[in-house]
Design a protein around this ligand. Structure first.
Ligand SMILES: *[C@@H]1O[C@H](CO)[C@@H](O)[C@H](O)[C@H]1NC(C)=O
Ligand SMILES: *[C@@H]1O[C@H](CO)[C@@H](O)[C@H](O)[C@H]1NC(C)=O
Ligand SMILES: *[C@@H]1O[C@H](CO)[C@@H](O)[C@H](O)[C@H]1NC(C)=O
Length: 630
């Protein structure tokens, strides 16, 4: 009697945290950052408080730039590890499971900044399960800060909840910040933050009561992004680190004057842009005009069925010209179809003529920004032909940035074309903040400091170098190059950096670094993993624009590295073999490819735990959810 009363009391106490019989009693996010390379482990522990077997779902959102590197489930003391496989092999295994009448559990969809990882498993009454997911990413520097965000969404009150971040930066840490979109004034004090010299520490450990949306409420406040930002001390423009036969070179000069820039805005004004999209574009352009500097040159090219230009040539950003540009922008309206080829070629020709005619300063950075929401359908509209003409006209002289507005674009084509021309593509999500997204992109490229930056290392000492030449260096960003020593015992290196700035002819720098002494401080071999991460990322990027044998070679190389270093990339999957009881089967973790079709399998488990496959479909874009009964 006493025992059952006690268990009754315990049950009522826990009842607040129990959702559908399952209590997540612990969730820990442990993040270790060594020299911008982040290694994060999410551990979630749950118990089935019901008296029949139940499904436990583990779902987390990860940054798109991250690669999953490990996943395991432990059920009642038995660990089911994840193994990395080539995607095709994993898919066959998955198909085999399906044909046997079993069903595999995988969900991986993507949001704006995140990808979702979901796995579910059935556990018996009173059983416990631990999920452990590891992912790694290289933190990028933007606007003078490295930023790491952690999506926090436990969906229920968790007795033991903790985020812990340890940062180790050999150059020394400055300005460590931590904030959460869900943090209230009361919660602010719970974020503990310390840093001194090379080490930074952040911990966030709210109690059950602190997690509640209100006193006695059972809803959790924890729902949003937890963001950590920091920067490092820079006594020299660059920093070289060597560990166990690998090196990484960080280059981010500060206090250089900005180069004047020549910007061509090529704007799609086809009918589909009408309404909110063109309004948001006008709004963004007006804000951008406020930020254009007096010695910059610029022009607008609009394309619908026809191509219109504001001025015949690039114009200096004098106050009078800016006023006139504002009037022009306010008057931009939509018309016709999408003559993308005509628009972009006019822009490139204009920029070429400005350089040839010495209309723009010799020392300046030229940039082409194209915004489109559709697919070319007037004039030359074959994507391959457009790419060929654009590449031939630009000849590597200026970076091309392609912004794809909404989901009607052929993002793959925009990305290929941008990457072929030393730029990049971005998606502009058709939400209320689209105008801010456009401005945000402009801000990233609005302060060029150097052009044609090259970082060279002795060829006879280094192999497997990552990308080492960059068209522009923008203020607040950072260039990262990594490589492998031919002689793995070598522990010093001479580097040669050059680039063209406003006043310096030559930014020449020779530096020798000794092997970094405090190696293996937070997690060992981080430079080797950082090198692998960067190499895979760049191979996958090169692969986008490649064709034929070159593409096959790049794919093979990226696949080898993904398997060797156990990264879940678009070429690999992680397969978890779940226990056989209650129809639990294999789960697969896949990485979707931005802008391509996303292969998604949704699994629905009925209350009786007879799995029913409801969707196995290629989704055209990440926000479309098409559910089909199979
Ligand atoms: C993956 O995680 C499991 C569980 O923590 C661990 O036993 C295993 O060693 C890890 N694998 C790798 C490659 O780190
Ligand atoms: C919370 O619940 C306790 C016990 O039921 C009650 O005494 C207290 O007044 C409640 N507090 C609020 C703010 O509702
Ligand atoms: C692809 O790899 C093979 C074998 O390494 C090599 O012979 C060939 O030249 C490569 N092709 C291209 C286009 O890089």
């Amino acid at each position: 009697m006493a025992v059952s009363l006690l268990s009754f009391l315990l049950f009522s106490f826990f009842n607040l945290q129990v959702v559908n019989g399952i209590e997540i009693y612990s969730m820990k996010i442990d993040s270790k950052v060594t020299s911008r390379f982040a290694h994060n482990i999410i551990t979630s522990r749950a118990v089935n408080r019901g008296n029949v077997h139940k499904e436990v779902v583990f779902d987390v959102e990860l940054p798109k730039t991250a690669f999953i590197t490990n996943f395991s489930m432990t059920i009642d003391g038995v660990t089911y590890p994840g193994t990395i496989k080539e995607k095709e092999v994993a898919k066959k295994q998955y198909e085999k499971a399906v044909s046997k009448g079993q069903t595999a559990g995988l969900v991986k969809a993507s949001g704006r900044k995140t990808e979702k990882f979901t796995v579910s498993v059935n556990i018996e009454a009173a059983s416990k399960v631990t999920f452990e997911l590891t992912y790694e990413e290289l933190l990028k520097r933007q606007f003078g800060k490295y930023e790491m965000f952690i999506k926090v969404k436990p969906k229920q009150l968790v007795k033991d909840f903790e985020i812990e971040v340890n940062i180790f930066e050999p150059q020394g840490i400055t300005a460590l910040e931590a904030e959460g979109t869900f943090i209230t004034n009361d919660l602010q004090n719970i974020i503990k933050k310390t840093f001194s010299e090379k080490k930074g520490h952040i911990s966030f450990k709210p109690t059950l009561d602190q997690q509640r949306t209100c006193a006695n409420c059972s809803q959790s406040l924890l729902d949003g992004d937890f963001t950590v930002k920091y920067d490092v001390k820079r006594t020299t423009p660059d920093n070289l680190q060597i560990v166990n036969g690998y090196f990484v070179h960080f280059f981010a000069p500060t206090n250089l004057p900005n180069l004047p820039k020549n910007v061509i805005f090529i704007i799609d004004i086809s009918g589909s842009m009408s309404g909110r999209e063109i309004e948001q574009t006008r709004e963004a352009l007006l804000k951008i005009l406020d930020d254009i500097k007096g010695d910059d040159f610029f022009n607008f090219i609009l394309f619908g069925s026809e191509v219109h230009t504001w001025k015949e040539t690039l114009i200096k950003a004098t106050p009078e010209n800016l006023d006139e540009a504002r009037k022009f922008v306010r008057g931009i309206d939509t018309e016709g179809l999408t003559n993308l080829h005509g628009g972009i070629m006019r822009g490139i020709d204009m920029l070429n003529a400005a350089h040839e005619g010495n209309l723009v300063p010799k020392r300046s950075a030229s940039i082409i920004i194209m915004l489109t929401d559709g697919q070319p359908n007037v004039g030359i509209s074959n994507p391959q032909d457009i790419q060929t003409h654009v590449k031939k006209a630009i000849e590597g002289k200026y970076p091309l940035y392609n912004l794809g507005f909404g989901y009607g674009v052929d993002y793959n084509f925009l990305e290929k074309m941008a990457l072929e021309n030393k730029g990049l593509a971005r998606r502009i999500y058709p939400d209320s903040d689209a105008s801010l997204q456009l401005q945000g992109f402009y801000d990233e490229v609005s302060n060029p400091m150097l052009t044609d930056v090259e970082l060279n290392y002795p060829e006879n000492e280094i192999s497997d170098l990552t990308k080492n030449s960059f068209k522009h260096f923008y203020d607040g960003s950072e260039i990262v190059v990594a490589g492998r020593f031919i002689d793995s015992n070598q522990n010093s290196l001479t580097v040669d950096v050059r680039g063209e700035g406003v006043s310096i002819d030559f930014f020449d720098l020779k530096e020798t670094a000794k092997a970094f002494q405090e190696q293996q401080y937070i997690f060992g071999e981080y430079i080797e993993r950082l090198w692998a991460y960067l190499t895979i990322e760049q191979l996958l990027e090169e692969r986008i624009a490649a064709t034929g044998e070159e593409k096959e070679n790049l794919t093979a190389e990226a696949l080898d590295l993904s398997l060797k270093y156990k990264f879940v990339t678009p070429l690999t999957s992680m397969v978890v073999t779940k226990p056989e009881t209650y129809d639990n089967q294999d789960g697969i973790a896949d990485k979707p490819i931005e802008g391509r079709d996303v292969f998604t399998v949704l699994l629905y488990l009925t209350p009786q735990s007879h799995p029913t496959l409801i969707c196995m479909c290629w989704l055209g874009h990440p926000h479309l959810s098409l559910i089909q009964q199979v």
